[in-house]
Design a protein around this ligand. Structure first.
Ligand code: PEP
Ligand code: MN
Length: 349
């Protein structure tokens, strides 16, 4: 529930509402807005005495949030959430953010080469898994902490921000030490202990849609992160299971405008996992931007034929560069542009 204050409500009146909500046994979250402050009531079990709050000084009205997800909803917060990274990248605004890099960090040379290539093409965030959730236990599982160190080295040399996955609750703190954004993968979208830890990590989180998750389940998973006090959540549509076998997944681009209307959180698209096929990544990346995605996360490998994971869907660096040029045109046609990172200097190497 939201307690909307009058535009001239005093700080003392707002404070009194916060105290009253806490006194009733709920959490209170003041949210200053352009016109007026609203106080979010957290943990509503349906027995809130609204009359007590409505009668207080400075209170305009109490509004019930009708959706099952609360803090994630547009009812809770009308303006789009913006996420600011240390290198100046802003996610969720007018500018479209490009995150790119290999599926997995494989070696120093591979990740540093990939980092320079995707930076030259226009990306401001480097992706690369150090801990890989592989379908088969015999597949390459990632370099672990060494992979995180190599990502940090790539950031140092290029200024790119880093997004990389945490696969279990105990691994969150380690990933948070190195990463600018913690990724939670599709297979873990409903791993609630992992979500809670990531919600406490103090780092932005990129949450990928589960491969058979409804949009409501997706938004409820994001709610776990906000419920732990982490507002910096980026959603990512990466394809869902379908009956057709021509592509690895069915990239549900409808989810982009649907999520945009239901939530204030930014949403990216991942055309790499969404299609599984290199030749389909570029057209679906273009389509995602046209559909209103706030950015793309794309697998790019210096030599996809030798990739230790997801080579078949990894773009060649020149394909990525070409796609970026096309996306810039699409972005401008819909009143947007590509993100640049002010704090991202020239390569040191
Ligand atoms: C990945 O980004 O490499 C990955 C494993 O993605 P997903 O969780 O969407 O399968
Ligand atoms: Mn992958």
């Amino acid at each position: 529930m939201l307690v909307v204050m009058k535009h001239n409500a005093s700080p003392d009146a707002i404070e009194a509402v916060v105290d009253a909500i806490q006194d009733m046994g709920y959490g209170a979250r003041p949210m200053p807005g352009g016109q007026r402050t609203a106080v979010g009531l957290i943990g509503n079990d349906g027995r809130v005495d609204t009359a007590r709050l409505e009668g207080m000084e400075g209170v305009l009205e109490c509004i019930a949030v009708t959706k099952p997800y609360k803090q994630v909803s547009r009812e809770w917060r009308e303006q789009d959430t913006l996420i600011h990274l240390d290198n100046g990248t802003v996610i969720g605004g007018d500018a479209i953010v490009l995150m790119a890099g290999p599926c997995a960090v494989e070696s120093e040379e591979q990740i540093l080469t990939a980092a320079r290539q995707v930076k030259d093409a226009g990306a401001t965030v480097l992706r690369g898994g150090a801990f890989k959730p592989r379908t088969s236990p015999y597949s390459f599982q990632g370099l672990g902490e060494e992979g995180l160190r190599l990502l940090a080295l790539a950031r140092e040399q290029t200024g790119l921000a880093i997004v990389t996955e945490a696969v279990d609750p105990d691994g969150v703190d380690l990933v948070a030490e190195y990463a600018d954004i913690i990724q939670i993968g599709a297979r873990n979208m409903q791993n609630y202990p992992l979500l809670r830890r990531a919600g406490q990590s103090g780092r932005p989180v990129l949450l990928k849609r589960g491969m058979s998750a409804t949009i409501t389940e997706f938004l409820l998973a994001a709610e776990y992160l906000l419920a732990e006090g982490n507002d910096d959540v980026i959603l990512c549509e990466r394809g869902v299971r379908s009956f057709d076998t021509h592509t690895r997944n069915l990239l549900d681009l409808t989810a982009v405008p649907v999520v945009k209307s239901l939530s204030h959180l930014p949403i990216l698209a991942d055309p790499s996992h969404g299609t599984g096929l290199r030749s389909k990544v570029v057209p679906m990346g273009r389509a995602a931007v046209a559909a209103g995605a706030d950015g793309l996360i794309v697998e790019v490998h210096p030599d996809p034929t030798r990739a230790l994971s997801d080579g078949a869907q990894s773009l060649y660096p020149e394909q990525f560069a070409e796609m970026v040029g096309q996306i810039r045109v699409i972005a401008r046609a819909i009143g947007r542009d590509l993100a640049v990172a002010e704090g991202m200097g020239p390569d040191e190497a």
